[in-house]
Each structure stands twice: as C-alpha cells, then as structure tokens.
Design a protein around this ligand. Structure first.
Ligand code: BTN
Length: 326
C-alpha cells in the first residue's frame, strides 16, 4: 500500500480524532516529512483534512463525501463515481450505461439530487448533506438471469444490514421497496432496466437507493407525517455508511437469485396481514396480503382467490394511522 493510502486507512480507523504528525509517523513507521508530503497529496486529491497547529490532522469525513475514502473503506473492487449534484443518479446511470460509458458494475453516489425519482412517477426529496443517493449501474453479460422482484427485496435487506452495522438501528420494510424507521419512510429503492435498442433485450439494470439519514427539512404538507430520518445528528460519516452499503450490495448481488435473504426480509416486513389495493391486469383488487413467495412476490387473498402480485402493482396499503402509507 502507498504512503498516502496507509495514512487514509489510519484516518478511517480513527474517525473524528486529531492525529499528530508524530503519532502518524510512529504508527505507520515513516518520517514526519513523508507524513506531511502524503497529507499534501491527499489534499490535492480532494480530501478535506483539518490541520491544527500543535494538535495535528483530522480527516473531515463527517460531512464530506469522498470517493477515495469510500474506496479505502470498501472491501470490493467495484468502480465508484461521486457526483456533487445531479438530477437523478438513476437517470445518470442509465445514460452512462446506454452510451457504453459504464461497462463494469459501478456505484454512483451523489451528495444531492435535483430531480430524485421514486416509484410510480413520484419524486424523491434529495437535499444535500443529510441523505445518501446511490445507484448501482449493473451491465448484464449476455445470458445473465435477472429477477427484479428478488433484486429489490434483496437490496432492502442489504441496505438494512449496512445501516445496522454503521448506525446501529433496525429498518423495517413495506413491500416492496420502502424502508421505514419508527413507522416513517426513511428510504426507498427504485430498480430500472436499460434496453438495448437493437436486440430489444435488457442490457443493464440500475438499482437506485435513496436514504434520509436525517429527516429532510421543509417537506411539503403531504409528506410531513410520512417521511422521517434515521438519526437527528449524524455521528457516523457518510463515507463509512456508503462503503458498508457497497460491500453489502456486492455480496447480495452475487447470490440474490437463491433468495436466501428472504427470511430476513419477511421478518421485518410490515405488510403481511394488512389490507392492500393492487392493480391486477386492468382491474383494481383489494385483499389481504398473505405472504411473500420465493420470487419476492406478494400473495394477496381477495376473498375469491389468491392473486400473485409483482413489484409494479401495489397502489395502496392500509396500515394503522401512525404508519407511513405510500
Ligand atoms: C421510492 O421510494 O419510490 C424509491 C425512491 C428511490 C430514490 C433513489 S435516490 C437514488 C436513485 N436516484 C433516483 O432518482 N431515485 C433513486
């Protein structure tokens, strides 16, 4: 590992702490001059390192998203692209994939979205600094099996694992793609396909994840009682959370088709036993959500028969008054 990478690693392990040049030099077995040089290099690369005379250096990872820091903290070799502000990371990812600019699995992260998109044409409020907006751009080698229902439910489990590891809270799921904490929506997943024009086949998948780590301010009246945040104050850096999420997603993507995560998904899903309204073909059907099957689909008992609902079709879930109703 290069000198600057070793320093970055040490900063990552001592988040939020001032480290003197001497401490860094001693622990990493290098000269003070080498430390100073490496810190200059890291600053030039875009890292924000606070330097206090007679105190030392502190990596300001808390507020600033940094691609090299995320890279340093992950345990996989997927590509990472960090954007300050973008309309939508999903739209961006789809464009890059369609143009052939992304040819290997890539995580695209933005600090802010000006046109964040949710399911069913909704918007996803995406202010700077308090949330995370991530799209996994996944080119599909010919013949790859894609099971969108399982990919979305599996992603929910991957996100919840990363949040448990880093923030320490347990998220609930509202089938199929809503992430809840304390009965408020704190995140959502939007899985989209990219079609190859010539072959008319799906050539890539984009899995978009939006998280309100802190509750967005100035929500409009319709969202006021529905949207929440995971924490009031962020004590873990977003780089750490993104890195954990990336690792969990990479693991999940390698094995999601076996559905082994479904036990965890079912355990924290709040929809089972509730009355829901779904679009089934051209009709609207109301029934009781009974179970989630092995493909991640919802089985709904309408009274006459059991309908099998896939991800695009739920319109309304009747939940107790204090629970987010999407
Ligand atoms: C939903 O709640 O309906 C899904 C929300 C998905 C939001 C994420 S944020 C990152 C990615 N880019 C988008 O425009 N949408 C997804």
């Amino acid at each position: 590992m290069k000198t600057d990478e070793r320093i970055l690693q040490f900063f990552a392990e001592h988040e939020g702490t001032y480290l003197s040049g001497e401490t860094l030099a001693k622990n990493l077995d290098m000269s003070r001059a080498a430390v100073w040089k490496a810190i200059q290099k890291l600053t030039e690369q875009g890292h924000v390192i606070d330097s206090q005379h007679h105190v030392g250096y502190r990596y300001q990872s808390g507020k600033v998203l940094s691609a090299p820091m995320i890279k340093q903290l992950t345990h996989n070799d997927w590509h990472i692209q960090l954007l300050g502000s973008v309309d939508s990371t999903n739209t961006y990812a789809k464009k890059m994939l369609a143009r052939g600019d992304v040819t290997v699995p890539t995580m695209i992260v933005a600090n802010q979205q000006t046109g964040g998109r949710g399911r069913l044409g909704r918007t996803f409020v995406s202010p700077a600094d308090t949330g995370l907006y991530i799209s996994f751009a996944l080119p599909l080698p010919i013949g790859t099996l894609v099971l969108p229902g399982l990919l979305t439910t599996g992603t929910a489990v991957a996100v919840s694992r990363a949040i448990k590891k880093t923030i320490g809270i347990e998220l609930d799921f509202k089938w199929v793609n809503d992430l809840l904490f304390k009965n408020r929506k704190v995140g959502g997943i939007l899985t989209e396909a990219v079609m190859d024009f010539e072959s008319q086949q799906v050539s890539a998948i984009v899995v978009g994840i939006g998280l309100n780590l802190q509750r967005p301010k100035n929500l409009d009246a319709t969202l006021e009682n529905k949207v929440g945040g995971m924490v009031t104050e962020l004590t873990v850096s977003r780089n750490t959370i993104v890195a954990a999420l990336c690792d969990e997603f990479v693991k999940l993507y390698a094995e999601y088709t076996d559905g082994s995560f479904l036990t965890a998904y079912r355990k924290r899903n709040i929809v089972i036993g509730r009355t829901i309204t779904v679009k089934y073909g051209k009709e609207l059907v109301t029934g009781v959500a009974k179970a989630i099957d092995e493909q991640g689909q919802l089985l709904v008992d309408t009274g006459d028969d059991i309908k099998i609902i896939n991800s695009g079709e739920v319109l309304k879930v009747q939940l107790p008054n204090d629970v987010y109703q999407g």
